[in-house]
Write a protein that binds this ligand. Structure first.
Ligand code: DSN
Length: 432
């Protein structure tokens, strides 16, 4: 199947496959898709152009593409319990960009969680389009790292933003969408939930769903949801609170449109061209897989594993931000071990454990070398690892951090890691 010219590239892919197999993937936003999702992603669907939406395309030959996109949409509607869904955003940032584009004008006041406290770039960070094209107000956590709903409420009342993003990339606790919806809607602001990190937990009923509370929901499809790299935007067709005057929030030009139409128009033709049909099909496959008892069990185990890991790391002297976790991730202050986030990331990589450095709330260090690391359990749980492995892995992480300068010890840990990984193969048939 592979000729000589392809060899260099395919060798590299096989090396990456081995890296993924032999190491502990603990980046909280990563996962291993099923072999069927892989198959769909590598399919002939990538050959087709299909600007527009099912039944309204700008190119011919879209009979089956329409059926595939409708399949993905129907699966998502059922799984999340929403009435409207757009499965075309290329990834999380474009999805969020589409929401701003649909509901705001340049210069409007928006609000989101500060990146350095666990938010996301697209929630109004100063170097991102969301912080440059809109007047961005940022909220933070309290001193212990928890969302501070009272202070968010005061800030919303004072600033009166048009749109508020709630969603996190490094927050380990339950988000109270109901409370935030009240805060936003009392001030006539749109509330958008970005559930990229927790989507798999939401569909499994382990984290409360924002559906019914927030005006719009965005999510990537490749984190806890365990699909291909892509994104979705969801909403309900009706105004959530009949006493709110959405027309006056959106402005006179769009007042005849509703939010779903505005979102669809923002994605295409507002921002994107042809949808990536192989990704749409991969999303359909992942959603199909997520609508099973097996997936619910998987999602429960992700949290059990994170809680076990957190407990073990804490027992070994590491400082866990907020003192624990309710979801798939743990944020750790590594400076108590006299190392920085970067040093921790590097030494763990040498030990075969992949994590990322991360700022912690009220970090006194720079984001390029912050005080923390973020670790997660979705990928390890996909491999079938459970509490027993979490205990072993916690020991290895602590040993690596304590011996971050000792290459020999890190190398030994790497072979321990490989032994654990061997028992939990990621793919049986995949080879390039
Ligand atoms: N890059 C994602 C993460 O790691 O959380 C956010 O976009």
């Amino acid at each position: 199947m592979i000729n000589k010219q392809d060899k260099k590239l395919f060798d590299l892919i096989n090396k990456e496959l081995t890296r993924q197999q032999d190491g502990l993937e603990m980046i909280a936003s990563e996962n291993y898709v099923s072999e069927n999702v892989l198959r769909v992603m590598g399919s002939i669907l990538t050959n087709k152009y299909s600007e527009g939406y099912p039944g309204k395309r700008y190119y011919g030959g879209n009979k089956y593409i329409d059926e595939i996109e409708n399949l993905a949409k129907n699966y998502a509607k059922k799984l999340f319990g929403v009435t409207h869904i757009n499965v075309q955003p290329y990834s999380g940032s474009p999805a969020n960009q589409a929401v701003y584009f649909a509901l705001c004008k340049p210069g409007d006041k928006i609000m989101g969680m500060n990146l350095l406290y666990g938010g996301h770039l697209t929630h109004g960070w100063k170097v991102n389009f969301s912080g440059k094209h809109y007047e961005s107000i940022q909220y933070t956590t309290d001193k212990n790292g928890f969302l501070d709903y009272d202070s968010i409420e005061n800030l919303v009342k004072k600033e009166k933003p048009k749109l508020i993003f709630v969603g996190t990339t490094a927050y380990s606790r339950i988000i109270d969408f109901e409370r935030l919806a009240k805060i936003a809607h009392d001030s006539n602001a749109f509330l958008v939930a970005d559930i990229a990190h927790i989507a798999g937990l939401v569909v499994a009923g382990i984290h409360p769903s924002p559906v019914g509370y927030t005006d719009v929901i965005t999510t990537t499809t490749h984190k806890t949801l365990r699909g291909p790299r892509g994104a979705m935007i969801m909403c309900n067709g009706e105004q959530l609170n009949p006493t709110r005057k959405i027309d006056s929030v959106i402005g006179w030009r769009e007042s005849k449109q509703n939010i779903p139409t505005l979102i669809d128009r923002a994605v295409f033709p507002g921002l994107q061209g042809g949808p990536h049909n192989h990704t749409t099909a991969g999303i359909a496959q992942a959603l199909f897989e997520a609508d099973t008892d097996e997936f619910k069990k998987y999602a429960k185990q992700i949290v059990k594993n994170a809680q076990k890991l957190s407990q073990e790391l804490s027992n070994n002297g590491l400082k866990i931000i907020t003192g624990g976790t309710d979801n798939h991730l743990i944020l750790i202050d590594v400076t108590t071990f006299n190392i920085t986030g970067s040093q921790a990331e590097k030494s763990l990589e040498l030990a075969g454990i992949t994590v990322n450095k991360n700022a912690i709330p009220f970090d006194t260090r720079s984001p390029f070398d912050p005080s923390g690391i973020r670790i997660g359990t979705p990928a390890l749980t996909t491999r079938g690892m459970k509490e027993l492995e979490m205990t072993q892995i916690a020991q290895l992480i602590v040993k690596a951090l304590k011996n971050h300068n000792d290459e020999k010890i890190l190398k030994n840990i790497k072979s321990e890691v490989k032994k654990i990984c061997k028992k939990f193969p990621i793919y049986k048939k995949v080879k390039y």
